[in-house]
Design a protein around this ligand. Structure first.
Ligand code: NIG
Ligand code: FE
Length: 384
């Protein structure tokens, strides 16, 4: 069965070889043919081939589904009191993670499954069609493995984050040994990636040496590498990620010049999470400096109950445009193609024949409205 979509005022393909030749590859008055959940054809409406079915989108814009490459969705409980305290001046240091660990361990599988499904549905309703999901609120062998098993029910982009924080009451060396040993062995079969919270400025997170040991063990178990780095202060996270060839280093809020140069000269994506700075009332990362240096950027929500409890990529795009100095086109690219790069995927984040038909429709004539009409629910994933 083929489906012809017409009435697309502006189609964002992220393919420079079509349309206006810009980074977004804009095609005006476009049509798309979908067959078996894949894109079969893209072009001007006037040249659309005949299809089994036809749907008119009424002059709306269509963009690649958002690729949210950084999210912590397997958790129970919430931390609104911590957020309120932060808005009254209490700084964030990662200590609240223990609260979520306790609530998550206490929840049964069905409760976690229900919470996870509702968060993924909330994302889809706002245009996100690919999401990465991390563990990291279990911090025991059984609880981390459970989180990854549940995550694998909703996405192929599963990330083992046993190295989130050292759980209270456990000795640091013992915990690193567990994360790189028994816990890794139990989790690796359920994960595509390994991540670590490398942040010497936090008493709860991991130093550069500890993070390196965790990442090397993960690589040895066949996992791809991702890093939480340079969120709270300058530190070794970015340099480590680049040196080890990680797919992405996320946060990148406090960068030394050498970090910017390293990112610019590498394939490691710098994933910015401005919802975190919004929700922790912290200074924003310098996206302009990174872009001007030639680094590849992604934007993601970091959805989690501590530093940023939003599922909304349009909100993140609006923040990136308003507060990170990105243009609407740069922000949309980073939220789609950039996220795909951060996950080493070429079948999402771009609309071209052969790619997945992950289409997000905007109740607007063009992509600029995502930031221009901030806070208005314009984006939704198209159900085929
Ligand atoms: O990406 N920085 C570390 N981890 C999460 C926050 C987790 C939490 O506070 O619950 C983050 O910001
Ligand atoms: Fe995170």
């Amino acid at each position: 069965m083929s489906l012809l979509l017409t009435g697309i005022a502006e189609l964002v393909t992220n393919d420079r070889s079509v349309g206006d030749g810009s980074q977004l590859g804009l095609v005006r008055d476009a049509a798309v043919v979908v067959t078996d959940a894949a894109i079969a054809w893209i072009g001007p409406s006037s040249a659309a081939p005949p299809c089994d079915r036809r749907r008119d989108l009424g002059g709306r814009a269509v963009v690649p589904g958002f690729v949210d490459s950084h999210a912590h969705l397997v958790f129970a409980g919430e931390r609104s009191a911590e957020f309120a305290a932060r808005m009254a001046g209490v700084p964030y240091d990662g200590g609240g993670i223990a609260t979520t660990v306790a609530a998550t361990r206490a929840a049964d599988d069905d409760e976690l499954r229900r919470l996870l499904a509702s968060r993924v549905a909330e994302m889809r309703a706002q245009g996100t069609t690919t999401v990465e999901v991390k563990s990291g609120y279990g911090l025991t062998v059984a609880d981390e493995q459970r989180a990854l098993r549940l995550a694998g029910e909703v996405t192929s982009e599963t990330t083992y984050l046993g190295g989130h924080v050292v759980p209270p009451g456990v000795a640091r060396e013992d915990y690193v040994a567990l994360v790189t040993g028994e816990m890794l062995a139990a989790c690796a079969p359920h994960a595509r990636w390994i991540d670590v919270f490398c942040e010497p400025a936090s008493p709860h997170a991991f130093t550069g040496e500890e993070a390196e040991a965790i990442l090397l063990a993960g690589r040895g178990a066949g996992l791809g590498l991702r890093v939480h780095g340079n969120q709270l202060a300058r530190g070794p996270g970015v340099a480590l990620a680049v040196a080890l060839g990680a797919a992405s280093v996320d946060h990148c809020t406090h960068l030394a010049r050498a970090d910017v140069d390293a990112l610019a000269g590498s394939a490691t994506v710098a994933t910015l999470l401005p919802g975190v700075e919004f929700s922790t009332r912290s200074p924003y990362p310098d996206a302009r400096r990174l872009l001007d240096a030639g680094a590849t950027l992604a934007l993601a929500t970091d959805c989690n109950p501590g530093t940023c409890f939003t599922t909304s990529m349009p909100f993140v795009i609006a923040l990136a445009v308003r507060d990170l100095g990105m243009t609407p086109a740069e922000a949309l690219w980073a939220a789609t193609a950039g996220g795909a790069r951060a996950l080493c995927r070429d079948d999402v984040g771009v609309l071209r024949p052969g790619a997945r038909a992950d289409l997000t429709v905007l109740d607007a004539p063009n992509h600029v409205h995502l930031a221009y009409r901030c806070g208005v629910p314009l984006a939704r994933a198209l159900e085929l």
